[in-house]
Write a protein that binds this ligand. Structure first.
Ligand SMILES: Nc1ncnc2c1ncn2[C@@H]1O[C@H](COP(=O)(O)OP(=O)(O)OP(=O)(O)O)[C@@H](O)[C@H]1O
Length: 265
């Protein structure tokens, strides 16, 4: 299990996380939602072991996450950052190979790369330089990099941590990406995904964890958590919630195109 307990953190004098506790169990997909600046990426980075928070603990399969070696961390969890960068002009194939340990036989590497690129619909671009891909295609290549990292791991289960994986994708690729994350959970991985799209969260995640101003304000099934009253309050805009197929909530922002932001101040 990946678990944050009583986590607090400040950057300088800015308190970014306050007493946050969150569990991601193997086989479970948790969507982390909330307004800009709520602390989602900071929490995900802390849970990934990127830094030790000022307060509280984060355990990955029973061990303090920052006590794990980089190699052990890489076998247990894979992280797609919000704005992934390239350290060199890699081809798509080379980018994916970065996530695969050197002792994996070349034939296995080729199979892993081919299967993962097929999943993200980039099989035909394997030998293209990442820099010539479109923004969304490049993001899918980075998603493939983290998927192949876990697929190559010898651990029975790992944790997939995705920070806004659908932000630059068209509707079809958003759905494909969420299906890939869902399949990872079905195969036993723990999935933590930061999402702004509350409808994707409601449709795909087992639980929705809602953050606001550094705190976790609600955590549970989307149908319980995503209420019009709660969402309108934390996003400070009118949001309606309807009932969709299977009792799932459908989140509908209420648009008033003629209200200028300055007029509300
Ligand atoms: N390295 C840093 N130094 C200083 N402040 C930081 C740093 N990283 C994040 N912050 C601040 O922490 C707060 C939370 O940022 P974070 O990126 O975690 O929010 P978020 O919920 O992921 O937001 P968004 O939806 O806009 O991506 C913000 O006010 C941000 O400015």
């Amino acid at each position: 299990m990946l678990e944050a307990q009583g986590v607090g953190h400040s950057f300088g004098r800015t308190r970014v996380l306050q007493d946050v506790s969150l569990k991601v169990r193997p086989g479970e997909m948790v969507a982390l939602c909330g307004p800009n600046g709520a602390g989602k990426s900071t929490l995900l980075a802390a849970m990934a072991g990127d830094f030790a928070p000022d307060e509280g603990n984060i355990h990955l399969d029973g061990r303090i996450v920052t006590s794990l070696s980089p190699a052990d961390l890489a076998r247990r969890r894979a992280v797609l950052e919000q704005a992934p960068t390239l350290s060199a002009a890699f081809t798509v194939r080379e980018l994916l190979a970065l996530g695969i340990p050197r002792d994996v036989p070349p034939e296995r590497v080729n199979v892993l790369i081919r299967e993962t690129l097929r999943d993200v619909a980039l099989l035909g671009r394997a030998d293209d330089n990442c820099l010539i891909l479109s923004g969304g295609q490049r993001h899918r290549a980075h998603l493939a990099r983290v998927l192949v990292q876990l697929a190559a791991s010898d651990k029975a289960c790992g944790y997939l941590m995705l920070d806004e994986p659908t932000a630059s994708l068209d509707i079809a690729h958003q759905i494909t990406t969420m299906r890939i994350a869902r399949r990872a959970a079905r195969l036993g991985e723990g999935v933590l995904v930061v999402l702004h799209d509350l409808n994707l969260a409601a449709a795909f995640a087992d639980r929705v964890a809602l953050m606001h101003e550094g705190r976790l304000v609600a955590d549970g099934p989307g149908a319980d958590i995503l209420t019009a009253e709660r969402l309108s309050a934390i996003y400070e805009t009118e949001i309606a919630v309807e009932e969709a197929e299977g009792g799932r909530p459908r989140i509908v922002p209420v648009y008033d195109p003629d209200t200028h932001p300055a007029a509300e101040a």
